[in-house]
Write a protein that binds this ligand. Structure first.
Ligand code: HEM
Length: 224
């Protein structure tokens, strides 16, 4: 690979890392809001989901979010193909993060997370927004979509819960390498911060999937 191709590959990794770290922020917000579905009444979750679905600032954020997914996926595929085509160079340019066993499976975990995401968005987002899957509910005299009941109905089905939990675990593998690799691509792989970033990456890759896993499990085995 020539110098300019190498540099353009680094630029792509930089953009991809930036988009990826932004997506992790989304995951945290999504997790916190989803946790509200576990409260005895679905009202807080429905109000929060309504706010997220109608607030103008959040709507702009949503466009950025889908753009972020798009950029992350396209650049991820390009970087992966460039790596496959330039195998010997790859070993020279990759740094400490490449030692992680998860790094070898980034494209595989990415494909599985992508399939999960497509099914999840069809099922939870499009069906609620366009096919009336979330029935109307009145809260304090105002009408909302009962997304809470929609989520609960899905997670009362064991097959759903199993597919979701497997997807969360695979998302965790993807995040584990992706988080630290993202920092490296942003040029933050100084020996001083490396152990901290590695620790944070482990924390993020455990806390996010574990947090998401609690939701279907509590619904399946709880009194909802
Ligand atoms: C227990 C786990 C989860 C539950 C209960 C859940 C629930 C939901 C619901 C109800 C919506 C529709 C929101 C609306 O129409 O306003 C939604 C949308 C979405 N979810 Fe999830 N989700 C879960 C996990 C995930 C995970 C792990 C990801 C990413 C890997 C994800 C990514 C998205 C995206 C991108 C959207 C569309 C954007 C948005 O409206 O916020 N979700 N989710």
């Amino acid at each position: 690979m020539g110098k300019s191709r190498f540099q353009s590959s680094l630029t792509k990794k930089f953009v991809m890392a930036f988009a990826g770290l932004f997506l992790i922020t989304f995951l945290f917000v999504h997790l916190v809001i989803n946790m509200l579905v576990l409260l005895p009444s679905g009202n807080a979750f429905n109000i929060a989901a309504h706010f997220m679905g109608t607030n103008v600032i959040i709507k702009v954020f949503e466009v950025v979010l889908f753009g972020g997914f798009f950029i992350h996926i396209i650049y991820g595929l390009i970087v992966q193909f460039q790596n496959w085509l330039a195998r010997p160079v790859r070993y020279r340019v990759e740094g400490w993060s490449h030692t992680s066993p998860f790094s070898k499976f980034m494209i595989h975990t990415a494909v599985i997370v992508f399939i999960f995401l497509v099914l999840h968005i069809i099922d939870f987002y499009f069906k609620a927004k366009f096919l009336g899957a979330a029935p109307p509910v009145e809260i304090n005299g105002k009408e909302y979509h009962d997304l809470a009941i929609m989520v609960i109905e899905k997670f009362k089905m064991p097959v759903y819960v199993v597919v979701y939990i497997i997807s969360f675990v695979i998302l965790g593998f993807h995040l584990h390498h992706g988080f630290q690799s993202g920092f490296q691509s942003l040029g933050l792989n100084h020996p001083t911060y490396t152990p901290f970033i590695k620790g944070l990456s482990l924390l993020v890759s455990v806390v996010i999937p574990a947090g998401f896993t609690i939701i279907p499990l509590v619904i399946l085995f709880g009194n909802y």
